[in-house]
Design a protein. Structure first.
Length: 249
């Protein structure tokens, strides 16, 4: 099924029957994705008077509680409220959900035990393209990214210079397949978060960072239409389900 969308005075045609889901769900029946030194997520029936409310247990409905942290357990989208004293909700600041995105694949550079994405790599990938969003896939791109235990592993991250470049290039929405755009242990500096949201100047309230995506290997680099769907939590971050659509023309 094809659809034509007018985006910034450009007519874009996509096949909406072929969505590319780049989110990682919470699935407690499998090894769970985890980061930031917290316990695994939990999904379990509500208990009332010692009785578990589930159909399997004789109830008429399933009535589960879910305990999780969006930053630790699932694909999530966050706003500047993640790093500010002031309370800012991503649900209030993300006003639009359809964007022109570029999928890029990079092999993180390294210096000693650190692996990172540099400004030069992103400049090479984006060239003179104008996009509202960037979707960064890192190599190697193994399926264990969907169940990785990231705590105390010093994962790759984005250099501050790279975050500044994306900001200055006008990228409003940064999506990446890592637990954070910043180094796991950086003494609280959060250089790339601060640079991307421009906290030292005019804060980019409507800009977002989405972490813990997974872009399948069969998805080619290039231009896509992105539908950045979020759950309506009034919080600095919320679970999200970014969907890509290959642009036909």
């Amino acid at each position: 099924m094809k659809a034509v969308i007018e985006y910034n005075s450009r007519k874009i045609e996509v096949n909406i029957s072929e969505p590319i889901d780049i989110s990682i769900p919470i699935d407690v029946t499998k090894e769970s994705l985890n980061a930031w030194y917290v316990e695994d997520p939990k999904i379990s029936p509500e208990v009332e008077d010692g009785f578990e409310i589930s159909v399997a247990n004789g109830a008429v409905v399933n009535f589960n509680n879910i305990h999780f942290n969006p930053h630790s357990h699932i694909t999530h989208t966050e706003c500047v409220g993640h790093i500010t004293k002031e309370v800012h909700s991503v649900n209030q600041n993300l006003k639009y959900f359809i964007f022109l995105a570029e999928v890029v694949t990079v092999v993180p550079e390294n210096n000693g035990e650190d692996f990172f994405i540099s400004e030069k790599q992103l400049k090479t990938a984006l060239k003179n393209k104008k996009r509202d969003a960037i979707v960064i896939r890192t190599l190697p791109n193994l399926s264990d990214k969907k169940s990785m235990k990231y705590s105390n592993t010093n994962p790759p991250y984005l250099l501050e210079e790279a975050a500044i470049y994306l900001r200055e290039k006008g990228i409003k929405h940064l999506l990446i397949d890592l637990p954070s755009v910043d180094k796991e242990k950086d003494g609280g500096a959060l250089l790339s978060h601060n640079a991307f949201w421009n906290t030292a100047g005019e804060i980019r309230m409507h800009a977002t960072i989405t972490e813990f995506i997974y872009v399948p290997n069969h998805v080619e680099d290039g231009e896509y239409l992105l539908n950045l769907m979020i759950a309506p939590f009034e919080n600095d971050a919320t679970p999200s389900k970014p969907i890509l659509y290959k642009i036909i023309k």
